[in-house]
Design a protein around this ligand. Structure first.
Ligand SMILES: [Zn+2]
Length: 297
């Protein structure tokens, strides 16, 4: 072998090592982006194609079992919290990962609304909301986190809980209220989270997420700064809405809490909140922002 050939050989080997090393560093055995989007899409359509997840319905029960199966398959510890409301039993589902000192909660509701009260046409207002954005999108994001967190974080790094709240979306009926699941959950919490992030309606094809007024300003700034570094223009650094959502019970306990929501969604609480209005890419943008935020927080 000539010296030149040896040099070329060494260069080729070094080049290969760089390519492989670089690849390992950036993705750590994860799925490709196309595969991740396909999995998010699959999780969205599984919920919506089942049917409305209204309290007491067969799909409400089926989606509970499916969330628990997914968490276990992705190596999360699972606990459930049952609580009574009228004749219903609400059930929060908690996925637990890690034993690090820093304790982060990320939550979303999985129930959907009994009636489409925002419908323009009165004859449709007694129909249930399909909940593609309002329900399914947040669950799909949490399940995407459940696939990736165990690959990207060691057990010692952090304690992370993914909480799937029940009975968020059925306020404004006699004897009902909003956010019953998160209220039961926050009231029973015995440990103090360093930060809580709630996601709701983050699947709109035309995604615009503004700072929500009740949320902790410093935490919002941290998350929006990460989105900005990643080039996600969907996060707009201005305040817009003030929401009643699953973040409130945590704020009332004094925990830094942020609600990520796109409330510029024309199909909110209508029969038109269907799969064609949402996109896996929008959910991915919020997921990717949160997984980077988790690394830096
Ligand atoms: Zn809703």
């Amino acid at each position: 072998m000539s010296l030149n050939r040896l040099r070329i050989g060494i260069l080729v080997v070094l080049g290969l090592l760089l390519v492989l090393g670089g690849g390992c560093q950036s993705r750590q055995g994860s799925f490709s982006l196309t595969e991740e989007l396909a999995l998010i899409e699959q999780d969205l359509s599984y919920q919506v194609n089942c049917g409305p997840r209204t309290p007491g319905s067969p799909c409400h029960q089926q989606i509970q079992d499916w969330i628990i199966d997914n968490l276990q398959k992705n190596r999360w510890g699972v606990e459930t919290q049952s609580f009574a409301h009228l004749d219903f039993t609400g059930k929060n589902i908690v996925g637990k990962y890690g034993k690090g000192e820093e304790f982060i909660i990320i939550g979303a509701h999985y129930d959907t609304r009994f009636t489409s009260d925002q419908e323009a046409q009165p004859q449709l207002r007694n129909q249930p909301v399909p909940g593609a954005n309002d329900g399914a999108s947040g669950v799909a994001l949490l399940l995407q986190l459940s696939r990736e967190i165990p690959k990207q974080f060691s057990l010692e790094q952090k304690t992370i809980w993914l909480v799937f709240f029940d009975l968020e979306d059925n306020g404004n009926y006699p004897d009902w209220d909003w956010i019953l699941g998160s209220r039961a959950f926050a009231n029973s919490l015995t440990q103090t989270p360093t930060a809580v992030v709630v996601v709701d309606m983050i699947g709109d094809k035309d995604l615009n997420i503004y700072h929500e007024h009740n949320s902790t300003a410093e935490l919002n700034q941290e998350i929006w700064a990460i989105a900005d570094q990643l080039g996600y223009k969907e996060f707009i650094p201005q305040k817009k809405y003030r929401m009643i959502d699953d973040h409130l019970p945590f704020l009332q306990q004094g925990f830094p809490t942020s609600l990520l929501i796109d409330f510029d969604y024309p199909y909110w609480h209508t029969t038109q909140d269907t799969l064609d209005k949402v996109s896996a890419r929008s959910i991915y943008v919020v997921y990717d922002t949160l997984i980077h935020w988790l690394k830096e927080h």
